[in-house]
Design a protein around this ligand. Structure first.
Ligand code: SAM
Length: 275
């Protein structure tokens, strides 16, 4: 049976679903939901054992897993909505193949995110290096209609650049979680809040809905509330994440509860889960 727990002042109707995203995406499509910004930060399907995801984890393979979810997500995009998909080198080609088919190549751009940066990496732990140290990832940007979509400037007063730097790294994202939950190691692949805040800032209006289908530690929810606090906006979020390693209950929900209290965000959320 489905349960709903509400935290804080949830006038905006922010939602966190603890679930595989597939049934929730289908439900949102049936309800006619439309989002101006969709954040997609999936498991990257790398074969490197210490990261843990392998193609064998997906019954039809990673491209089929993503294709089904991205097709539903496209149905959830508003006419001038955009999707930001994080990915590393492992699946860039198969992801682009899916995105070109769904959106058309003219509606797809590839950004680079430097995930290592000495300005942010005081606590970074070096991983094994195989000849070349991996210092960047990609953000695939998909527009419903690129010609008719106009981005706002970033907080630096400049357009979004194709190298999205100066907004934090994987290591600084772990520091952010440690500062909130007191545990730097509770989640291994968070994104920095400032990165998502800028992606949302340029692509959303003050009343937009922002959807994240692989919400992990809840960075998108944090970024939406922080941006609203900064510019007086009323953006709303829907986050979906499964409960792999108990992440939803031990990281996502506690993180958002804590930042609402600590930052005095005028916000709340409903946590929707199966009993
Ligand atoms: C790369 S992480 C996302 C990190 C997130 N952007 C952050 O900043 O914390 C991917 C997340 O997707 C979740 N996940 C994997 N498969 C899923 C699925 N089918 N439905 C929902 N969540 C899923 C994993 O549990 C993991 O927490």
């Amino acid at each position: 049976m489905r349960s709903i727990e509400v935290f804080g002042d949830n006038r905006l109707n922010n939602l966190i679903y603890e679930s595989d995203n597939l049934p929730v995406l289908k439900e949102l499509v049936r309800e006619g939901v439309k989002a101006d910004t969709i954040i997609v930060d999936p498991p990257y399907n790398t074969a490197i054992p210490y990261i843990g995801y392998k193609d064998s984890d997906y019954s039809e393979g990673w491209p089929a897993f993503m294709s089904e979810r991205l097709a539903l997500s496209k149905d959830l995009l508003s006419p001038t909505g955009v999707m930001f998909i994080n990915i590393d080198e492992n699946e860039l080609v198969s992801l682009l193949t899916v995105c070109y088919r769904l959106f058309g190549q003219e509606n797809v751009n590839v950004l680079v995110w430097p995930k290592v940066d000495p300005r942010f990496d005081a606590n970074r732990v070096e991983k094994p290096v195989f000849n070349v140290r991996s210092a960047h990832e990609y953000i695939v940007l998909c527009y419903n209609d690129k010609k008719n979509t106009v981005f706002k400037n970033t907080c630096f007063g400049k357009p979004l650049e194709s190298i999205v730097s100066g907004l934090g790294t994987t290591s600084s994202a772990k520091d952010e979680i440690a500062a909130i939950l007191g545990d730097r190691g509770c989640f291994s692949t968070p994104k920095p809040m400032a990165l998502f805040r800028e992606l949302i800032r340029v692509s959303s209006g003050k009343d937009s809905l922002v959807l994240d289908l692989f919400a992990g530690s809840g960075t998108t929810g944090h970024a939406v509330m922080d941006l609203n606090a900064e510019d007086g906006g009323g953006r709303r979020f829907i986050l979906i994440t499964n409960n792999e390693s108990d992440i939803c209950r031990s990281v996502t929900v506690p993180r958002l509860k804590k930042v609402i209290e600590a930052e005095h965000y005028d916000s709340g959320f409903a946590f929707i889960h199966e009993d």
